[in-house]
Ligand binder design. Structure first.
Ligand code: ADP
Length: 170
């Protein structure tokens, strides 16, 4: 059984085996979590992302997939970059959001990571409603078959924390 923990704070300060980045498909950095991870993690992460683009993801990392790099100067061993879907009113993209959590855990298993910190993927610039984003995150992690012992959701504000707390312990 994977334990779920909730933390209010900045994911770049998390001491975990792996920290998940809400990246964009270019892997070349962006705002929100992505910007914060690259700022605090230093240039080594971007360098690794550039190399991955050149070797495997010339067209970008597809939505719902995940890939790992060094964590640079962050207090973690790896950063797992995953590309969340942009929220759409017309189209149900929940399977892609669930895939981000599942694929990140699969990559974590490949690495041998036992503690993994996740942000609330897609709930920032990508516009996913927080309550639904929290539901998908918690349901997917609970249903995953993984050797990861602890998943820590690192929430940036009280509203996000509340939405996740409601799902973990209703
Ligand atoms: P996306 O493009 O997938 O929506 P964002 O980075 O814009 O990704 O936002 C995802 C979530 O992460 C949002 O809820 C946002 O408030 C939160 N967030 C932004 N910066 C941080 C940070 N440093 N640590 C943890 N969560 C963060």
């Amino acid at each position: 059984m994977t334990r779920i923990a909730l933390v209010l704070g900045d994911i770049t300060g998390e001491e975990a085996d792996a920290v998940v980045n809400a990246a964009n498909s270019s892997l070349l950095g962006g705002g929100g979590v992505d910007g914060a991870i690259h700022r605090r993690g230093g240039p080594e992460i971007l360098q690794a992302c550039r190399a991955l683009r050149a070797s495997h993801y010339g067209k970008g990392l597809p939505t719902g997939r995940a890939v790992a790099t060094t964590a640079g100067l962050l207090p973690a061993r790896w950063v797992i970059h995953t590309v969340g879907p942009v929220w759409s009113r017309e189209e149900d993209r929940s399977a892609l959001l669930a895939s981000c959590y599942r694929e990140s855990l699969r990559v974590a298993d490949e690495l041998g990571a036992r503690t993994v910190a996740f942000p609330a993927i897609s709930t920032g610039v990508y516009g996913w409603p927080m309550d639904d984003g929290a539901r998908i995150a918690v349901e997917t992690v609970r249903a995953a078959s993984t050797a990861v012992e602890e998943v820590r959701f690192v929430l940036f504000d009280e509203a996000a924390y509340g939405a996740f707390a409601e799902r973990v312990d209703p």
